[in-house]
Every structure is written in C-alpha cells, then in structure tokens.
Design a protein around this ligand. Structure first.
Ligand code: ADA
Length: 555
C-alpha cells in the first residue's frame, strides 16, 4: 500500500510490490531478482552502480478496463512502458506520479520501468551531495481499476468557527480517462455529509467540485495528540458507487502571531530532528517498521517535530506523523544547489515540479505545519532573491494555509529573509566554528531582525556535531569522539532551547547517512556522522544528552 491505510472501499486496487526482474542497462546483460520497494545498491554487484536499469514484471487483468498505475517514488528518473507502449515519465525520487491507461484488453501484461539514478545534465536536484541518491523503485507501486471518470485528488481545508465547531472545505478533482456520463459526488467526514454534481466529461477533461462539511463533534488534531478522521469521496451513478478515494485528515489550524507559531491558537515550541530517508542497508527504501522505530527513538528523546531534510518524504512516514501528532517541516528537494545549476532553465522546471508535487500530494497531512525550500542555496544575491521569491510565491499560491520558510547559511549577508513567514538558519558553533553558541545565536538573531526577520518566528533549523559510532575518548573528548559530540550538542541545546526569540530547534541530525562518493573525502567512512544514532539506529552518547535537554524543556 502507498499509505498507512486503505485508500479505497470501492475502487479495486492491487499492490505491485514484490519481486521484479532487474536488468542492468550497461551492456553487461546482467539480470537480478529485485525487490520493490527497494534499492539496487542492496544487490552486492550493484552497491556502487550508478546508471540505468530496467525493471520488469507481469500482471493479469480479467476484463477490458481502464487502469491507473501509481508510483509513490522511483529514484530518480522513471520511464514507464506497458506492453511496449510508453505511458509515463517522471523525474525526482521524492514525489509520486501516476499513469492512466484507457480500455486495456484482458490478459497478461508486461510492465517495464526504466530507472536512471545517474548524475547528468538532465538532473539538477539529484546531484553528488551530503546524502546519497540511491537507485530503484524505492517506494510502493499500486495498480488500480478506474471507471471512465475517476477521483484523482481530494484536498481538505479545515477552519474553526466561533462556536468551536469546524468547517471542512473539500475540493475534489475528477479526471476522465474516457468519455463519461454525469454522476453524483458524495463526501463524508466525521458526522458531516455533502453532495455535489459532476458533469459529463470528455476523455482527457477534468472537473473540480467543491463541497463544504460542517462538523460539530470532532476532536482537534494536537501536538503529540493526533486525532484523525476518514474523509471519503465517492462517485455515484444511478445510486451505485462506481469510484472512491479516502484520506485521513485532522482538524487543526496553523497560524503565526508575530514571533510565535500557533497550533489551534496555542503557541508551540518545536523540539526537532532533521531526518534523511536512509536506514542502514535499506537506503531510502525505508520500511514502515523502520520508520516507526525512528519515530519511537525521536519521541523517546523528547522530540515533537521532524524536518524532512531535504526533500518530500514517503507519504506513509507523514501518515505516521499524522497519527502521532508530530509536527513536520517538509521541504521541496534541494540541498545547497550550486549557483551555476540554479541558473539553468531545467532547474526552475525541476524545482517547480518538486514544490508543486509536494504540496498537491501532501496537502491534507495535518502534521505538516510549514513548507520549506532551497536549503542553503544562493540566498545572498539578487539572482537568488528572484529564485527564492519565485518558489515562495509558488508555494503560497498552492497553499494559503501554511507558512513558508527556508534554512539559510548565508550568515550576515542573506537578502531573502523578508520573503519568508518563518526565518530559519543552520548554525554549527563549536563544530565548524569556535563561537560560543549563545553569543553567536544572539548576534545572528539581532542581524536577522534587522534584515527581514523582525516580527517573525525564528527557527534554528540545523545545529550539531559529528561522532564516529563507537569512538570514545573520555579523557580528551577529541573531535569525532562520541563524548565531543555530546558535549557540543549539550551546549548548543542549552543555548538555543531557552531563548524566548526562538520558536524551534532541529538537531542535525537524527541518524548517520551515506553520502555520495564525491563527498566521501570529507566524511569519514563515506557517511555524514552527525547522527545522534548511527545508520543502524544504535544510540551514541549524545542520545542521552538530547533526551535530558528535550524532555526537561517545558515550553
Ligand atoms: C548543512 C546541510 C546539511 C548537512 C550539514 C552538515 O547545514 O544543510 O545537509 O550537509 O550542513 O552535516 O554539514
């Protein structure tokens, strides 16, 4: 399943997860059985392979009908072929895509997905970086049987009324894969029901219907107190449901009151971690039990928030955050993109794609409180200001309910803080620099307030230190020792978590992650070792330090 829950009660849906055949497209003719979801780097001869492969599998259909193939994530470029005919293309590992095919004949079908994880002119977001770009069909795949007109998307926007009741604005997008008759829309949520009309549609057309639900007896979604409700949309023809789509939503509002972040009108302080999707030998194809293990570990340390550095996450992880009441800073795919690449026309196309797909696909998650963009990119130049302004405008146009932020590292020269709703900086005092964390953060915040952040919340979106798991040096606490990391994190947390001007802190980082070959020179063992746990979630000494700081923090 692509989600934590079954998205359909009416539409037939089938998982295509499991064993596919992988053929390496390097002229070697090598063939391997490959698990989907999964990374091909988990196949020993392919651990260092970067390039093209093809995945093949068959499936059977009993009668003629329309099919919808849904991919939750392919890393990083996919070309989809059904029975020899190309039906889809997608760039970027971290957002999903779908391919609709009309009037497929009954029988056995061959599905082929060409996957490319190479670094090339065709990729401006997936680059050699301080995280690893894996290769594979890395998130779940589903095959769904759809009528001529089907429900493509439902967006839910909650608002609270003066009497404490809630209103849910629901926008349903219906697409026609073939000419379709008019039908009725029925939407149910909690104790509310609403209906709408969908007109007859021609193949390729789409229609958006808005309905409003009034819900009186609902419990708001809260921090570490997630309350979710099934939002169910159905298409009905002659009294018979012909299609449906279900999501799980929460009644909550995120607002900013000057320097404060409010959840349902109440100020929150975000005690967070930065978390890459990378778990031991599974790479970015993180299984759900591993996602839950990560969340248990973060909650055990007293965290209440996660930053999805530096890309949209697996919807199942967001579903878990929804269920647990964990607040999420999700950001579109970009980490320290070089200026010359940002200036390519292709970059604008690909960053727009990541931002748009992130918001459209993840809009309903109550856990997401802010959209982030362009981590540590060129925010100190006029060109950078125009690019940040463009992406921020796009995010605001797609979602009028959530604030926007980005994590800067352009100290004392950033020119984009005036563009955002929440001002955020990544700092590494005592690791990359020698400044005292408290003095440095005070000086930086004063500068921020003089340069666009005044009257806005401030978040320290990254801080931390490296430690090689198992390297102890109790006497000298030398660099890369676990003792040094614990000491630095303690001083950083003591400095940042107690300042009134600060609305949130995100430790860099939750777990060690593999980095690109090109970064390995700067990263012992080819790993970013700033995790509080290692790649296999074995706690370092800093685990206890973080737990003492976050669990004792009453804000
Ligand atoms: C930056 C960057 C992170 C990571 C970190 C580090 O702040 O945003 O992705 O590279 O530095 O470990 O140095």
């Amino acid at each position: 399943m692509l989600r934590l829950f079954n998205e359909h009660r009416v539409r037939p849906a089938h998982s295509l997860d499991g064993l596919w055949t992988l053929t390496v497209e390097d002229g070697s003719g090598r063939v391997f059985p490959a698990m989907v979801p999964g990374i091909w780097q988990a196949i020993p001869p392919l651990t260092l392979y970067r390039g093209k492969v093809r995945y093949d599998r068959t499936f059977d259909t009993a009668g003629e009908g329309n099919l919808l193939l849904r991919f939750s994530g392919v890393s990083h470029t996919a070309d989809v072929v059904l029975d020899g005919e190309k039906i889809g293309h997608h760039y970027d590992a971290f957002t999903g895509f779908r391919c609709a095919v009309a009037k497929v004949k009954p029988g056995t079908h061959t599905l082929t997905v060409y996957v490319d994880d190479s670094f090339s002119e065709a990729s401006t977001l997936h680059l050699p970086n301080d995280y690893y770009t894996y290769g594979g069909i890395t998130r779940p795949v589903a095959l769904e049987e759809i009528p001529d007109a089907y429900i493509d998307l439902i967006h839910f926007t909650p608002s609270q009324n003066g009497d404490g009741s809630w209103t849910g604005d629901v926008l349903v997008t219906v697409k026609a894969v073939a000419d379709s008759p008019a039908c009725k829309l029925v939407v149910t949520l909690a104790d509310g029901t609403a209906e709408g009309e969908i007109p007859a549609l021609k193949a390729g057309e789409e229609h958006q219907a808005e309905v409003k639900l009034h819900c009186t007896h609902v419990t708001p979604w809260g921090l570490m107190d997630g309350h979710l409700y099934d939002l169910h949309a159905q298409l009905v023809v002659d009294g018979r449901p012909v299609d449906d789509l279900m999501d799980r939503v929460g009644f909550r509002t995120v607002t900013l009151d000057g320097e404060k972040i409010l959840l349902n009108g109440k100020q929150v302080f975000l005690k967070g971690f930065n978390r890459h999707e990378d778990f031991g030998s599974q790479g970015c194809a993180v299984a759900m039990n591993a996602m839950m293990e990560d969340l248990h570990l973060m909650m055990d340390m007293g965290a209440n928030s996660v930053r999805t550095c530096h890309y949209p996450n697996d919807p199942r992880f967001l579903d878990l955050c929804d269920e647990l009441g964990i607040m999420v800073w999700e950001e579109c795919h970009s980490r320290a993109i070089p200026g010359e690449i940002m200036r390519k026309p292709l970059f604008k196309e690909q960053i727009d794609g990541s931002a748009r797909e992130m918001v459209v696909q993840h809009y309903n998650h109550p856990c997401i409180y802010t959209w982030g963009l362009l981590n540590e990119c060129e925010s100190e130049t006029e060109f950078g200001h125009s690019m940040y302004s463009h992406v921020i405008d796009l995010l605001h146009s797609l979602d009028k309910t959530r604030p926007v932020t980005f994590a800067s590292c352009r100290f004392f020269k950033d020119v984009c803080l005036g563009l955002v709703d929440i001002a955020s900086f990544n700092i590494y005092p005592l690791w990359y620099t020698t400044e005292d964390p408290s003095e440095y953060s005070d000086r930086l915040m004063q500068w921020m307030d003089e340069n666009g952040a005044a009257g806005k919340p401030i978040i320290f979106s990254e801080f931390g230190a490296g430690a090689i798991y198992g390297y102890y040096d109790p006497l000298y606490k030398s660099k890369w020792s676990e003792e040094r990391q614990a000491e630095i994190l303690d001083r950083q947390l003591q400095a940042l978590c107690h300042k009134e001007r600060v609305s949130g802190t995100y430790i860099w980082q939750f777990a060690d992650v593999r980095v690109s070959e090109q970064w390995a020179m700067h990263r012992p063992k080819g790993v970013n070792n700033k995790g509080v746990v290692d790649m296999y979630r074995r706690p370092k000494l800093a685990y206890k330090t973080v737990k003492e700081n976050y669990t004792k923090l009453e804000r």
